[in-house]
Design a protein around this ligand. Structure first.
Ligand code: C5P
Length: 297
């Protein structure tokens, strides 16, 4: 018997970053929006815990115990006194190390799949608590839709979204390390007064009313300068996307994927083609939001 869970990628429409905390994390006001690019995580009983991955970028995914899907299976098993003898297969479609929470998606997906396979009866809150131990973005992968994340991003308040937003994602060559981008943020902020992170009322309004032009005007990512500093070529990608007619572009999370909000499906196709032709990215993906969270297929 196998269980398959489908789980979405995310874009941060606002990522407000505070000063580094004593534990090394940063307090955030992180407005997550799930988008329609999905990984599928399948778990099957096996002799021992084993991870495999398929898809064009599978070679970049670690298959050892550092994989969040492996850690999720082990965390749930430990809590319920189960031996985590499962084969976890990840069919990967979310860009790897791209700032779109692909690893977090696999963690949330494996957790939900193992929970269904083992019939633990864990509550939603228990699953969310395990997600938060696995990583700051993992709880959002479980719930999907749109949410404001506070603390290090793991404390979620679901948000209303009043329409469908259209996106193009420009996938860069290679990944960026999230800790390295936060480290660069700290270096750039050294000596400056970093304000308390707060969600933008204009941005929350734009989400609630489904107003793409208003959302475009409110998109903000405090990690963007740090990602651009580590990967200056992303400025060319951002310029290519906006020149092609995107309403706005920004770095997705810690990058290096860049996200372009567009008016509609036609604009998405035009911008994706222009981005590819510009030679400033490896590939361009079209998606919509909001998308549902992790769910058993
Ligand atoms: O929580 P997660 O394991 O995804 O975080 C990865 C790294 O990103 C952390 O080790 C930290 O360097 C950085 N981070 C941070 N503040 C956050 C979330 C992540 O500094 N709120």
């Amino acid at each position: 018997m196998s269980i398959t869970v489908r789980v979405p990628a995310k874009v941060n429409v606002q990522l407000a970053v505070g000063a580094a905390r004593p534990d090394g994390f940063h307090d955030l006001a992180n407005v997550f929006l799930a988008v329609s690019l999905y990984d599928e995580v399948t778990v099957t009983p096996a002799d021992e815990l084993r991870i495999t991955c398929s898809g064009p970028d599978a070679g970049q995914v670690p298959l050892d115990a550092s994989n969040l899907a492996a850690r999720a299976a082990m965390a749930l098993a430990a809590r319920y006194g189960i031996t985590p003898d499962v084969h976890v297969h990840i069919a990967k479609d979310i860009p790897v190390a791209g700032g779109m929470a692909g690893g977090s998606a696999d963690g949330a997906g494996a957790l939900l799949a193992c929970d269904a396979l083992w019939g633990t009866g864990a509550s939603r809150d228990e699953l969310l608590a395990i997600c938060a131990e696995l990583g700051s973005d993992v709880p959002f992968s479980l719930i999907g839709g749109a949410a404001l994340g506070t603390g290090r991003g793991e404390r979620l308040t679901p948000l209303e979204v009043g329409g469908t937003f259209h996106w193009v994602f420009a996938v860069a060559d290679g990944g960026l390390s999230t800790p390295a981008v936060y480290g660069e943020f700290d270096r750039l902020a050294a000596g400056a007064d970093v304000p308390e992170p707060a969600a933008s009322p204009a941005l929350l309004d734009a989400l609630r009313t489904g107003d793409a032009a208003a959302l475009a005007g409110a998109l903000a990512n405090d990690l963007q300068a740090a990602a651009l500093s580590l990967r200056p070529s992303l400025a060319d990608t951002l310029a290519a996307g906006t020149a092609a007619g995107a309403l706005a572009g920004l770095v997705s999370g810690s990058g290096p994927t860049t996200a372009f909000l567009v008016k509609d499906e036609d604009a998405a196709r035009t911008v994706a083609e222009a981005l590819l032709a510009s030679g400033t990215c490896r590939t361009a993906r079209v998606a919509t939001s909001p998308a549902p969270g992790a769910r058993v297929l």
